[in-house]
Structure formats: C-alpha cells, structure tokens
Design a binder for this molecule. Structure first.
Ligand SMILES: Nc1ncnc2c1ncn2[C@@H]1O[C@H](COP(=O)(O)OP(=O)(O)OP(=O)(O)O)[C@@H](O)[C@H]1O
Ligand SMILES: [Mg+2]
Length: 396
C-alpha cells in the first residue's frame, strides 16, 4: 500500500527535504515519524536495518529535531577504530596513560557535551568499551584512560547497527544490559525490496543527480527495467541501487535502460541467493572470513569474465557486445543477502585463497585510492578486519 503524499505529516516532509530522503513507503514514513517523535525526549535510540538502507539519516534527524540541535553532533564509526585506541577516542586520555600519550586528550563524549553522539556499527564495540559506555549512559559519568577522576557529561546517544543484536547478546559478544539501555527506543529501517514504488522513485532521483554531476544526458528506465527492479532482492539496498545507477549514468548516458541492460549490472544470472536465515551479526568470525572469501572469489570471477570478454572483443573486428571496464566490475553483494555461489571458473586458478584474498584487497584499495572506509564497504568487511588484513599482508 502506498501513502498518498498529501497524507505525509508536514514535519516528515520537512525532514525528507532537509536530508534528501526519497520515498513514500509506509514503513519508511513510519520510521522517520518515529525519529521526529522521539527527538525531543532524551532517550537512547537504536537504529537497525540491513546494510545500505539509509540508517545514517536517522541520528541526524533526531539531533536536528531535538533541543540539542545547536550543540555538537559527533558521528563515530565504532567498527573503524582499532580496538587498542577506542577507549581513548571515546573517553579521552591523560598524559602518559600509554606509550605515545604525550599530552592529555579529550574524547568524543567530552567534546560533544550537551549534544548528540552517533555510535555507528555499535555491535563492533569491544566488551571493555561496552562497560564504559554503560556507565556513561546510566550516570553520565566516565573516566579518561589513565585517570581516576570521575568526569560528567550530558550526552544523547543514538546507535546504529546492521547486525542481529539479540544474537550478539546470546553469543556473549554484546552486553545484555547495554543492549537494553541503548534500545530504549528502537527504529527499524525497511529493506529496499519492501518499499515498492520507492525503488523507481530512487532510481529516477539518482539518475537525475548523476546526470547533473557528470554533465551528461539523463538515463531513463523502460517498463521491463522497472519490473526487474521491483522483483530484484536488492541485497545491498539503496546503496546498491545508487551504485548501479551511477554506472549506468556514466556508461549509458542518455539511454533508455531496459531490463536486459539493468540485469547485466546485477550479479550474474548463475548467482544464487540463499535467503538470510538470521541477521549477519550473529555470525562468528570464521563465518565472516568465509563470507569474505566467497565475496572475493565472486569478484575475481567477475574480473576474469570481464577480461575474457575484453580479449574476445579485442580479437573481433566489430564490437558485438558492450564491455564493462574491469575496474567497474566490483559490486560484491553484502553478506546479509546470503552467500553468493559463484559459477565454477572455466579454467583452474593457480592462486591460493590467501593470494586471492591479498590481491583482491590490494586491488580494492587501489580502486578506492587507498581509502580504507570505502574499501571495507566495497569488500563488505569491517574496517577493523580490513586493518588487520592490511597488516597481515603488508599492504600498507
Ligand atoms: N531514502 C533514501 N533517499 C535517498 N538516498 C538514500 C536513501 N536511503 C539511503 N540513501 C543513500 O544510500 C546510501 C547508503 O545509505 P547509508 O550509508 O545511510 O546506509 P546504512 O544503512 O548506514 O548502511 P550500513 O549498515 O552499510 O552502514 C547513502 O549514499 C545514502 O545517502
Ligand atoms: Mg552506515
């Protein structure tokens, strides 16, 4: 069921416009509405939803519609900070607290006093940091690393995660008391596949944005493309749709995109999705590693296919099929869509899995100009895992 746009409350329209949120699906409107409702009340909020659903808009809405709007808003990606420094980043440290602490430093909880702190990928917090966070949530008190003086701060915490927190609690990776404390209010963001006509609205918006960005004629979508987009699972949600629209906008500028063309940008037809039985957070490290390997194999396979067709077309006098540059064959569906089962390579690959992994990370880093956040996102691993792998393979 679609909501009539005129039925959308004015404050929700305002938030959508201010943050550039596109969509009228009832579940999305309800989530925005809930964020606005809870904004003035100083409760902790937990935002959950699959990867790429747009969770990062919500803490901003909450801050903007709260009395704290003129104070600081600090967003922290908990998965990106190495375990050894996270306490000091969040809570600060005293001079000499550890080797290299040449001066005292304020943490984000002190910096954002009076404002809002957004803890993204909160499930990645180490247990020791979870204990400190619980204390600050319960009493507003914290200790700098290396200090025994209790400090006070007045902060609103909004956290987000794309993992199954209850499973993380069950497995002892996340404190139960902290989970309940953080999720006083819970806002769940719907996956793109459940948003019906929003998919085409978003595709049109991204097509217009990229046409403007690249100063190229705008692409449009025919009925077969719309049908495919509505049927497809969009495991990477809005991020995946945006990514694909960008590639289409660049390489098919001005074209009418058909279902066939759109399909060629989606994972190969041989690809099988195993519907996710549980949310990804629940997985053990070894399972994450396995997913990483699968994604890598999938990516290598795509690159081999692309190379093969490049060689094929180079040996033909006339191009019969469009060839996508290898650098663009880089979409790795996120883990929560279930594992990707790649088609068996036609030729045996002499490289070991480790070599494959190393090479894939190296290429991804290169593609992303060395930016770790973008690389981790592309490979669908946490920045911490990426950091570890970079060290392990000496890729610095
Ligand atoms: N409704 C929407 N309208 C416009 N853009 C959107 C919408 N939802 C998401 N996006 C865009 O999609 C991309 C992914 O969104 P975002 O980074 O918020 O995802 P996320 O839920 O935080 O994912 P992850 O769990 O992987 O961090 C961003 O570029 C965001 O601007
Ligand atoms: Mg995010």
């Amino acid at each position: 069921m679609e909501i009539n746009i005129t039925d959308i409350p004015q404050d929700v329209q305002q938030a959508k416009m201010r943050f550039g949120i596109v969509g009228n699906a009832p579940a999305l409107i309800a989530a925005i509405s809930r964020a606005i409702q809870v904004a003035p009340i100083d409760l902790s909020v937990l935002i959950t939803g699959e990867s790429g659903t747009g969770k990062e808009f919500f803490p901003k809405i909450i801050h903007a519609f709260s009395a704290r709007k003129h104070s600081k808003y600090i967003a922290v990606n908990c998965g990106a900070i190495p375990e050894g420094t996270i306490d000091s980043e969040l809570f600060g440290h005293e001079k000499g607290a550890f080797t290299g602490a040449v001066a005292a430093r304020k943490g984000y909880f002190e910096e954002a006093d009076g404002g809002t702190i957004f803890l993204d990928e909160v499930a990645e917090l180490p247990l020791t940091t979870q204990a400190r966070l619980l204390r600050v949530l319960e009493s507003g008190e914290f200790l700098k690393v290396g200090s025994s003086t209790v400090q006070k701060t007045n902060i609103r915490v909004v956290a987000a995660t794309n993992v199954d927190m209850l499973k993380a609690v069950e497995e002892g990776r996340f404190r139960e008391d902290l989970y309940y404390r953080l999720s006083t209010v819970h806002i769940s963001i719907p996956p793109l596949r459940d948003r019906g006509a929003d998919i085409t609205l978003l595709a049109r918006k991204f097509a217009a944005d990229f046409a403007e960005k690249y100063r190229m004629p705008q692409i449009s979508f025919d009925e077969s493309a719309r049908e495919l987009a509505l049927r497809y699972r969009w495991p990477g949600n809005v991020r995946q749709l945006k990514n694909i629209t960008e590639q289409l906008a660049l390489f098919n500028a001005g074209d009418v995109v058909t279902g066939q063309l759109l399909g060629s940008f989606l994972p190969p037809s041989g690809t099988v999705y195993t519907p996710a039985v549980s949310a990804p957070s629940a997985r053990h490290d070894y399972e994450r590693e396995r997913e990483l390997l699968f994604n890598m194999i999938f990516r290598m396979q795509s690159e081999i296919d692309a190379l093969r067709s490049e060689i094929r077309s180079a040996s033909q006098p006339v191009h019969t099929e469009p060839v996508m540059p290898t650098s663009l064959v880089r979409y790795a569906p996120p883990a929560e869509a279930g594992l990707i089962v790649p088609a068996a390579p036609a030729e045996a690959h002499p490289a070991t899995l480790e070599e494959t992994e190393k090479e894939t990370i190296r290429r991804s880093l290169e593609n992303n100009g060395g930016r770790r956040k973008a690389t981790a996102r592309e490979l669908n691993i946490s920045e911490r895992t990426l950091y570890r792998k970079i060290k392990e393979y000496g890729l610095e």
